[in-house]
Ligand binder design. Structure first.
Ligand code: ATP
Length: 572
């Protein structure tokens, strides 16, 4: 069995998993599927469909929601013309993967439409629904990739973290009972980055790192990029382990010359340096400047890579060495080039100055006052925030346990930037009559470690800040998941906590948090105590800063973190 395993079997698994309430149940269904319907040699065929966002074997489909919708409508038209009520045609997992390969490699819309029409012919509506979710790379099964990995093989997550290669994981770990020797990182294979834990204020941060030797660094607002150098072959891997060759035009020659090791992995931030204002440019222009460099256009702005860590030198991984030792290696092996390639090490390194009279982007903190001072300068300099790091710590793939802590002024100042989840919608009037024009957003109830939040607390109502186009895009995306709320007959979904105050009652609810979208909101005035919303505080004059399609629903700010921010900014 397996080559012939029907996609409908996988769809049944999806349906089961989506319906099962607990993670244990979801995992046991997944295990049963693997044991009953897959041969070890074919694990990858199925797992790439279960974790589509981690699959890098197939190129991008070139189908964002709106294009996919158009192609699907055309494809449906093609199919309906020829088919009269025929039921689905028993597509196998293997056939599906072949067709998805064709979909990714086809270059124009008509070819894509033709592949989609083949898919429609060979499936029923349920199966097609799952295929669309696979193409959009988000199955919303209510289970984490961590769970899938753990159920598949106890070493799967570790191996994926250091290779970002799903195919390799499926092939190497076919036997669940055979443990895999811990694998180190390799040049040319993206590694899942070490991450930072968010904290509310400098005192909390200082306490968390009690007794450790601590470095505080500026939190640069660019693209997290790993540079992998292997002789003259250079890769630029982003956080989602995609290679970005477009950075090569501006950077590769510099990397080849100024990184003094033949094989090396640097970890850092890709930014744009503005030579006329002598500042890093605000987030968002990397791609434009990379293109300008490719086209040989003259500009005051140039790409600048700030290396804050080094993970591999020569022929060995150095992630097990302390950060202090890695800083020494950075200094030894990277020759900085002003405004193009910089290194971030305490009390020096970076050639570019932070601001007049304040040359330092990184320093060893001896007391909480040092941290406070550095943080204050950050706010004054309008930088994104600071990162505190334990100098004795090793670099660990995908770790967010607190070796690195981030502190952002946004969270605690007026004008703060909060990532909240849309939980309901209000209809507009006039131009947006009958369409959702404002949102009810919520904060998460803090989840137990390693699980997703289960409840969301209503927080505030927000409508302004987005362009009409962006607002419409969010409303359209949510539309299929909106449910009417007929108070008092029908209570809101149980995973939302709300008050009985009629002012906050939205017209529609998002039927489940997993289907929703995160918004970054800001507010001019401080928080206010709230009786209308369920969270103890709300925001005055909130405004949507941007839509965070890149943040999954479960990374919504939680009530406790929010309260810490409120207390720290109120000085209580
Ligand atoms: P955010 O939305 O706050 O940027 P995130 O979820 O993208 O957070 P985190 O791991 O929480 O990522 O924060 C670390 C990120 O901060 C890194 O991915 C990196 O892009 C960025 N960063 C900027 N400067 C530094 C620095 N000096 N050290 C480490 N990370 C830094």
């Amino acid at each position: 069995m397996s080559e012939e395993t029907k996609f409908s079997v996988l769809c049944s698994l999806f349906n089961w998993m989506q319906r099962s309430k607990t993670s244990t149940l979801k995992r046991s269904k997944f295990r049963k599927f693997l044991d009953t319907f897959c041969k070890p040699a074919d694990y990858f065929d199925s797992i790439r469909l279960i974790l589509p966002s981690l699959d890098r074997e197939r190129g991008s489909y070139g189908l964002k929601e709106s294009v996919l919708a158009t192609c699907l409508i055309d494809a449906l038209g093609m199919v309906l013309q020829r088919r009269q009520g025929v039921s689905s045609g028993g597509l196998t997992i293997k056939e599906l993967n072949d067709l998805l390969d064709r979909l990714a490699s086809s270059e124009n819309r008509s070819e894509k439409t033709s592949v989609l029409s083949t898919l429609i012919k060979k499936t029923n509506a349920q199966e097609m629904k799952w295929i669309v979710m696979i193409i959009l790379k988000d199955l919303k099964l209510g289970t984490s990739e961590k769970s899938i990995f753990h159920e598949f093989h106890p070493d799967a997550e570790d191996l994926f973290n250091v290779t970002c290669d799903l195919k390799l994981v499926c092939e190497k770990l076919r036997d669940r009972n055979q443990r895999h020797k811990r694998q180190d990182i390799e040049v040319g294979k993206a590694v899942r980055p070490q991450l930072a834990m968010r904290v509310g204020d400098a005192t909390i941060a200082w306490k968390k790192l009690h007794g450790k030797e601590v470095v505080v660094e500026c939190k640069f607002d660019g693209d997290r990029i790993q540079i992998h150098k292997n002789g003259t072959e250079i890769h630029y891997f982003s956080r989602n382990f995609l290679d970005h060759p477009e950075y090569g035009h501006a950077m590769s020659d510099i990397v080849i010359q100024n990184v003094l090791a033949d094989r090396c992995i640097l970890d850092g931030e890709m930014l744009v340096w503005d030579t006329s204002s002598n500042r890093f440019a605000e987030f968002g222009s990397n791609q434009e400047i990379a293109k300008a460099a490719r086209d040989g256009l003259d500009s005051d702005r140039q790409l600048c890579y700030v290396a804050f860590d080094i993970l591999y030198v020569g022929d060995t991984s150095v992630i097990h060495q302390s950060l202090k030792e890695r800083h020494e290696l950075l200094q030894k092996f990277v020759k900085p080039l002003k405004g193009r390639l910089e290194i971030l090490v305490p009390n020096g390194g970076l050639n570019t100055h932070r601001s007049e009279g304040e040359p330092c982007w990184s320093l060893i903190a001896r007391s909480v006052d040092d941290v406070e001072r550095f943080f204050k300068e950050t706010i004054e300099n309008r930088d994104e925030g600071i990162v505190l790091k334990d100098l004795g710590s090793k670099w660990e793939p995908s770790d967010r346990s607190g070796k690195w802590l981030k502190l952002k002024p946004d969270y605690i100042r007026a004008g703060s930037d909060l990532d909240v989840l849309i939980i309901g919608g209000y209809y507009g009037s006039g131009r947006r009559g009958g369409e959702v024009a404002q949102f009810l957003v919520g904060l998460a109830e803090r989840a137990v470690p390693n699980t997703y939040p289960r409840r969301f607390v209503s927080f505030c109502r927000v409508g302004t800040g987005l362009s009409d186009e962006d607002l419409e895009a969010v409303a359209t995306k949510l539309k299929p998941y909106l449910r009417k709320y007929e108070y008092p007959k029908k209570a809101p979904p149980s995973f939302y906590q709300v008050t009985n105050n009629s002012k906050e009652r939205p017209d529609v609810w998002v039927e489940s948090p997993e289907k929703s979208i995160i918004l970054s909101i800001t507010s001019d005035i401080r928080t206010i105590r709230s009786e209308v919303f369920s969270a103890p505080y709300s925001l005055r004059f909130p405004r949507i800063d941007r839509v965070r399609y890149d943040k999954p629903w479960h990374e919504c700010l939680d009530v406790e973190s929010f309260m810490e921010l409120v207390h720290s900014s109120n000085g209580t």
